[in-house]
Write a protein that binds this ligand. Sequence first.
Ligand code: FAD
Length: 334
Amino acid sequence: MRIQITGAGIAGLTAAFEFACAGCEIELIECREGPGLGCSYLAGGMLAPWCEAEGTEKLILNLGLESLEFWTDNVPVATRQGTLVVAPARDRAELSRFARRTSGYERIDAGRIAALEPDLAGRFEEALYFPSEAHLDPRAAMVALAARLPGFANVTLRYGAAATQVRADWTIDCRGVAAQDALPDLRGVKGEMLVLRTREIALRRPVRLLHPRHPTYIVPRGDGRFMIGATMVENEEAGRITARAMFELLGAAYCLHPAFAEAEIVETGAGVRPAFPDNLPKVRRDGRKVYINGLYRHGFLLAPALARRAVRAVLDDAYFPEVMDADPGQRRSA
Ligand SMILES: Cc1cc2nc3c(=O)[nH]c(=O)nc-3n(C[C@H](O)[C@H](O)[C@H](O)COP(=O)(O)OP(=O)(O)OC[C@H]3O[C@@H](n4cnc5c(N)ncnc54)[C@H](O)[C@@H]3O)c2cc1C
């Protein structure tokens, strides 16, 4: 079966991988010069299904658990060191609220925090530790995933190209927020981030800093680099980061450890997350076209599980996964 996939962000790359594993002939078309240069380029790379349950539905937890295995099995850059969740003393109520809404954590004291992250010794009296969560460097992960594709027979990668003629049995649309022309209920949610570099601090795992209005996180990237993210703004302006975002993100880093004040700012950026009104991902089938979209703030966490469902939805007409979104007629006949 011939499959044309449009868009080589994390949705398109994982779809290409899963369709190739299923023995299909793949043409992956990306309009930019390489894979993973859209919204996925700006991601933090947290694979945190239990933490994300704080603000979303059980579906995200279930799909996320499935995807965790994909990353640790297929992409060596994923590491499973857990997540630490802390709050400044004045916001300690936030820690209890977070604990009530999540599972899969241990409540730990200052001694255990110091054992896990020596550079945070003495800075927080308690924390939530989610031991089974993972993280990865999104850019390295996408390069690694794209590099595996030519290893399959019948995979063609076209970067810097536009999809013109469709010469396939099915097309899989993974254009992220650019698919608004076909998915009118899709919107963009801006996320701003920055990368700091310092040799003064070492962290082994992502640390989330709770705050009633703007919670933030810090993801270690190795080589003294830390990604600080991310804002959630209801607009579709990519690229520019505002002074307000810069204040919030730098303030969070400084609150986690004052040594961040001396860090070098090596990158700032803003991506536009594709989201549906309920902020849940969807696999939408329309004739012989399938859309994988609405990954919102969970692209890396969910893409492998969505890709598997898209493969089954193509190969098996009667299959109707929990993320499938179709017109009521199709839903009734499923
Ligand atoms: C600051 C920030 C932090 C984030 N942190 C995390 C995190 O820690 N964990 C997590 O799981 N998620 C995170 N996310 C969310 C994640 O980045 C998104 O959910 C994900 O990138 C969406 O992937 P996508 O493949 O749907 O879209 P994209 O990555 O935007 O990919 C779409 C691709 O389609 C291409 N394209 C568009 N039109 C065409 C066309 N006509 N022809 C060919 N190609 C086309 C684009 O160039 C692009 O490469 C974060 C997002 C942001 C902004």
